[in-house]
Design a protein around this ligand. Structure first.
Ligand code: PGA
Length: 220
């Protein structure tokens, strides 16, 4: 049985109080997570509090950030660097379409971010929009997220996601796992993860709600 990655991308959602109640509520469910790596990626402001609660309640969740600075520590107002994130998280999403499109992140910037993450042992989850998006050297986790599928309720077909994953894996043999993201729900998750080259999902909207997210874990 292959190991599955379920990555919850909370985007710019939830306050500390809301994150706390999400964690509290999810402890009411008995989650079968053998062979599953569940990675919650909340906004930066929630990482510290969530780490403390996850440890206190001995939950088997990992944490990730949604972005990082392309620079190290220094005079970069408003930026959070890799070393600061590594205090709280093991993963970081890099190159999400919303960052590429709304914040002008180029391949050059993104490859710098991947380098900074890997230098402190923070594992990048590198997002690509299609099979032609370049993947920086050393990246082992890749998420294929077609922009038309993100937040639209209009997912790609599992067959096309598999086609893209296969091409990318052949192009970059050092990639360990490829995920699919874009309108993943409890009803369609299985159809994606049962594809030979897809070993996980990135979930936005459906990860915000405990009921939907636990159903998704169960159905994966
Ligand atoms: P969605 O977002 O599940 O809400 O479509 C996925 C993502 O952007 O990572």
């Amino acid at each position: 049985m292959k190991k599955l990655f379920l990555v919850a991308n909370w985007k710019s959602n939830k306050t500390n109080a809301e994150a706390k109640s999400w964690l509290k509520e999810i402890t009411n469910y008995e989650l079968r997570i053998t062979n599953k790596e569940i990675i919650i990626c909340p906004p930066f402001t929630l990482l510290s509090g969530m780490k403390a609660l996850i440890e206190k309640k001995k939950l088997l969740f990992k944490l990730g950030a949604q972005n990082l600075s392309p620079f190290d520590a220094g005079a970069y107002t408003g930026e959070i660097n890799a070393k600061q994130i590594k205090e709280f998280a093991d993963y970081v999403i890099i190159g999400h379409s919303e960052r590429r499109n709304n914040f002008g992140e180029t391949e050059e910037i993104l490859s710098e971010k991947a380098k900074k993450a890997m230098a402190v042992d923070l594992t990048p989850i590198y997002c690509i929009q299609n099979e032609t998006t370049p993947v920086p050297k050393g990246v082992i986790l890749v998420a294929y997220e077609p922009p038309t599928a993100i937040g639209t309720g209009n997912p790609d077909t599992p067959e096309n996601a598999e086609r893209v994953a296969k091409i990318v894996k052949e192009k970059y043999p050092h990639i360990a796992s490829i995920f699919y993201g874009g309108s993943v729900t409890q009803d369609n998750i299985r159809s994606f993860v049962e594809m030979a080259h897809i070993s996980g999902v990135l979930v936005g909207g459906a990860s915000l709600d405990v009921l939907k997210f636990t159903a998704l874990i169960k159905n994966a």
